[in-house]
Design a protein around this ligand. Structure first.
Ligand code: CO8
Length: 257
């Protein structure tokens, strides 16, 4: 039987989704992303489920988009496939999404956590937007979420260096809901989901909508621009080199082209 890419544990009034590509640190392949979007949409429409927890493995929440899938694609192919657009299906969820982050949350994995409404992170969780190190930039919200959350100057450093950020630093910067001992991440995320699930559903729905509106503002424009620039970088030699070097496990050689 084919392995499930996303495990669904439905325990009304909450549900827990677990990304399940352990061997590649939950790299977000097209299949995994689609399975996740389908599951979130289904639970969002499920009247018995009031809040959704999204988790990965102990080693990785998600280590980003699947580089092996993108390494050989051209800018035009990336734009035509427009895989980044489907993330809107996750952003459209009306029920609260709570990220339970253990291990790596990098690139698209960090963006997936930031897309969630609340983030419970383990003490040794590691965040970051390392895309610049493989010749691209974040493609599904990283530049926008970090700038809104941190201001231009701190966000710029993270996007332009790809530096990894500890859970303690993320928390100090106000980007997390809470940091907890590694072994308690899931239980505390589930407890938070249950606490929210006890609240009146309409107030939760409209409260989420209002907080999101305050936060997002002109996010659509920002995301549009980010998406175009992300695809454009697939025309660069440094992108091919960066991804190939990663897969061949060697340092990249940049040419600036
Ligand atoms: N894509 C594909 N495979 C990956 C990825 C990835 N993002 N991350 C890890 N893997 C694979 C490795 O290749 C390795 O496979 P194998 O065992 O076959 O060699 C396996 O997972 C285990 O990884 P490592 O051996 O590298 O484990 P380490 O503990 O040494 O390192 C790291 C862990 C630090 C997480 C390291 O794997 C790493 O740096 N990963 C890449 C992180 C990264 O650059 N992420 C950003 C990707 S680009 C992105 O996310 C753009 C988002 C835009 C989305 C748009 C949608 C279209």
């Amino acid at each position: 039987m084919e392995e499930q890419l996303v495990l669904v544990r439905r325990e009304p009034p909450i549900a827990v989704l677990t990304l399940n590509r352990l061997e590649v640190l939950n790299a977000l392949s097209t299949g995994l992303k689609r399975a996740l979007e389908d599951a979130v949409e289904e639970l969002d429409a499920d009247p018995e489920v009031k809040a959704i927890v999204l988790s990965g493995s102990e080693r990785a929440f998600a280590a980003g988009a699947d580089i092996s899938e993108m390494a050989e694609l051209s800018a035009i192919e990336m734009m035509q496939m427009d895989r980044a657009r489907s993330w809107q299906r996750l952003r459209a969820a009306r029920k609260p999404l709570i990220a339970a982050v253990r291990g790596y949350a990098l690139g698209g994995g960090c963006e997936l956590a930031l897309l969630c409404d609340m983030i419970i992170a383990g003490e040794s969780a590691k965040f970051g937007q390392p895309e610049v190190k493989i010749g691209i930039i974040p493609g599904v919200g990283g530049t926008q979420y970090l700038t809104r959350g941190l201001g231009k100057w701190r966000a710029m450093e993270l996007v332009l260096t790809g530096r990894r950020v500890s859970a303690a630093e993320m928390d100090a910067m106000g980007l997390l809901t809470r940091v907890v001992p590694d072994g308690e991440v899931l239980s505390q995320a589930e407890a938070l989901a249950r606490e929210v699930a006890e609240m009146p559903p309409l107030a939760v729905r409209l409260g989420k909508e209002a907080v999101q509106r305050a936060f997002l503002g002109t996010l659509d424009e920002g995301l549009e621009l980010e998406r175009r620039n992300f695809y454009l970088l697939f025309a660069s030699a440094d992108r091919s080199e960066g991804m190939r070097a990663f897969l061949e496990k060697r340092p990249p050689h940049w040419t600036g082209t």
